[in-house]
Design a protein around this ligand. Structure first.
Ligand code: ADP
Ligand code: X2W
Length: 285
């Protein structure tokens, strides 16, 4: 390794100091889902980022989805999927599969990956410790939960024990009935309940684009007001709507910084949080 390479490496590491000081001891919620979850190498790089953040003292919480995996399992079982406004219509059979996939396969897979990297991680869903309490959002959607409360005690207990909480978006109602929750919404509510310093959505797109078909048209920063205007004029559409709603809700709920970044870029999370390089769209009040 020559001196120039050493200098670049040292520069990158020292550049992280002010960012580590900013986030150490604070809550950072990272939402991981969609396509960025299906590639094993990418998955490993995301878990490395989460672990590194934890090791430098950030109270990092991983909230995950797994829509594509749920679709695969439902297909294999010949159960049809229907979505209304981006939410999966969830009957009892579908709920069983959602719980099996999210709280089982994916949640334990992420915990195993973090453990294999040498981290301490504990997986839970919203049922555990009454973490995410819900009521049925709309009977037409079936067992889809609207969040009433996030009981942050169990998150704090895990963090105090040195664990990275890994949370899947399944909630519980008054009768003990499990409900399906959109993972972006779960991450938003968890971040708001924790008054988090930062919430990061890892998507499969660079952020909010001026023209969704032009990857070079990334909007680097948006206020709540600007975001509403882009929704009204149709610039923000489809699957981006619930995501930006999550961003603006989180800001209104007291989360200080909210980002949408491309989780398909290796180590996007570390680059966004610990370097001068801003990758995605940052939301502010
Ligand atoms: N202005 C916009 N900027 C970026 N993406 C947009 C925009 N308007 C609509 N979209 C669509 O939103 C999609 C992202 O939402 P979604 O697929 O639900 O993400 P995820 O699977 O990561 O939760 C993009 O792939 C894009 O097709
Ligand atoms: C109610 C509802 O739609 N729940 C989602 C939960 C998973 C999710 O949100 O996963 P991604 O983040 O990967 O999209 C679903 O059943 O697909």
């Amino acid at each position: 390794m020559n001196q120039a390479t050493n200098a670049v490496r040292a520069e990158i590491l020292t550049q992280a100091i002010p960012y580590i000081k900013e986030y150490a001891g604070k809550y950072v919620v990272a939402k991981y889902g969609g396509n960025a979850m299906t590639d094993p190498e990418l998955k490993k790089s995301v878990m490395q980022d989460i672990l590194l953040l934890r090791l430098v003292g950030v109270n990092v919480i991983l909230v995950h989805g797994g829509g594509p995996d749920i679709n695969h399992m439902l297909d294999a079982l010949h159960i049809e999927s229907h979505f209304v406004n981006g939410l999966r219509v969830t009957n009892e059979d579908t709920m069983e599969v959602v719980q099996m996939v999210l709280a089982g396969k994916i949640n334990k897979g992420l915990v195993a990956e973090l453990t294999a990297l040498g981290g301490k991680a504990a997986g839970l869903c919203g049922i555990d410790g009454n973490l995410i309490h819900v009521h049925t959002k709309d009977p037409a959607l079936g067992l889809v939960g609207e969040i009433d409360a996030v009981n942050k005690g169990i998150i704090d207990n895990l963090l105090a024990g040195g664990y990275i909480p890994v949370i899947s978006s399944v909630g519980i109602d008054d009768k003990g009935q499990p409900h399906n929750i959109n993972a972006d919404t779960a991450a938003t509510e968890i971040a708001a309940a924790l008054n988090a310093e930062c919430l990061v959505f890892m998507s499969n797109i660079d952020g909010v684009l001026k023209d969704k078909d032009n990857p070079c048209s990334l909007i680097k920063s948006l206020t709540v007001e600007e975001t509403e205007a882009l929704k009204k004029d149709g610039t923000i559409a489809g699957g981006m709507i619930p995501k930006v709603d999550g961003c603006t809700d989180a800001i209104k709920g007291g989360v200080k910084k909210v980002f949408i970044i491309n989780g398909e870029i290796p180590h996007a999370l570390l680059i966004e949080l610990l370097t001068d390089e801003g990758l995605g769209t940052m939301f502010s009040a």
